[in-house]
Design a binder for this molecule. Structure first.
Ligand code: 13P
Ligand code: SF4
Length: 308
């Protein structure tokens, strides 16, 4: 069966919009109506006029779409598509942790469960985290979670040295090898290094550009350099290569190259066949308790307001 053709027919019949993150496989990106980073995807989910949102990404992203569009049907082709970073901050552990930090504003990266978002004052993504922290009054006490690398990056830019940072990380971005990136820099002396702020500090020191997936994509389009070493999930290379066919994009290798760690195992659980079946059956659907939606929504709306 030609899944792409069938998906395209079905989505028109059902007034469905397909949103895909940059880390999805190339064939899924190619059938999406909108491809973006987590901030752009949440903005699009909040504004769409479609009846159905089919989300090609991971659980927390589809949950965010449901929180922002509770009356719409939100479909996620693989409910087991989680996130190691979101898993590193469990709601009960957070409750205990926050007992030590009363009167702190909780700023959560959007890579968190809906329950954690319900305990959050302001969400952020890698695309707006620095701006959001910079906009908080200097004397405001902040707990940032769950990514220690993004937290340390924000501190280095904003100089908010007293910001408390949760000790979580992403299994993909933690694994990039500094030594192997240096080897690649020696092999391609003109190449620039692009890195996501979830990478370790030692990798970010080597980066010519640090930013969200869309910021890295934009940089690769506009910069005159012809070769780029890319330290983020490998799915982004598809859009980079499509936008700049004359340039070379080299994926930064993980420490253990046999583990394929620059692929996110959760993002890569989705297939075109699963997307087709999900759209045909209108299932699996993301269902979240209404009260929980209301609690979690405030922190996301505050983020969207502060990102304008
Ligand atoms: P972006 O905010 O760049 O979309 O990244 C999301 C993510 O999950 C990174 O691992
Ligand atoms: Fe989560 Fe890391 Fe996958 Fe992003 S790449 S979705 S942070 S596990």
């Amino acid at each position: 069966m030609d899944f792409s053709k069938e998906i395209s027919k079905l989505k028109k019949e059902k007034n469905c919009v397909i949103l895909a993150h940059f880390y999805q496989t190339a064939d899924i990106q190619d059938i999406a109506d909108f491809i973006g980073d987590s901030l752009q995807l949440s903005q699009t989910a909040a504004e769409t006029a479609a009846d159905i949102i089919l989300f090609c990404g991971v659980n927390f992203m589809a949950e965010t779409a449901k929180i922002l569009s509770p009356c719409k049907k939100v479909l996620l082709p693989e409910p087991a598509a989680g996130c190691s970073l979101a898993d590193s901050c469990k709601v009960n552990d957070l409750k205990e942790f926050l007992k030590d930090y009363p009167n702190h504003t909780v700023v959560s990266y959007v890579n968190t469960s809906v329950e954690v978002k319900a305990m959050t004052d302001i969400c952020c993504t890698s695309g707006n985290a620095v701006k959001i922290i910079e906009n908080l009054p200097e004397n405001e006490k902040i707990v940032f979670l769950p990514d220690r690398n993004l937290g340390s990056y924000i501190k280095s830019i904003t100089k908010r040295d007293d910001m408390i940072v949760w000790d979580g990380a992403c299994h993909v971005h933690e694994e990039f090898s500094v030594e192997k990136i240096i080897e690649l820099k020696n092999k391609y002396p003109g190449a620039k290094v692009l890195a996501h702020p979830e990478c370790k500090k030692a990798v970010l020191i080597l980066a010519d550009k640090t930013g969200s997936t869309s910021a890295l994509l934009e940089f690769s389009k506009k910069d005159d350099c012809k070769q780029f070493i890319v330290a983020t999930e490998s799915g982004i290379l598809h859009q980079m290569q499509l936008a700049s066919p004359q340039k070379t994009f080299i994926p930064a290798p993980p420490v253990d190259s046999t583990c394929g760690c620059n692929d996110c195992k959760y993002m890569k659980m989705l297939t075109l066949e699963k997307v087709y079946n999900t759209l045909k059956n209108e299932s699996p659907e993301v269902v979240i308790d209404v009260e929980l939606i209301e609690k979690a929504k405030k922190s996301i709306l505050r983020m969207l307001e502060m990102s304008k």
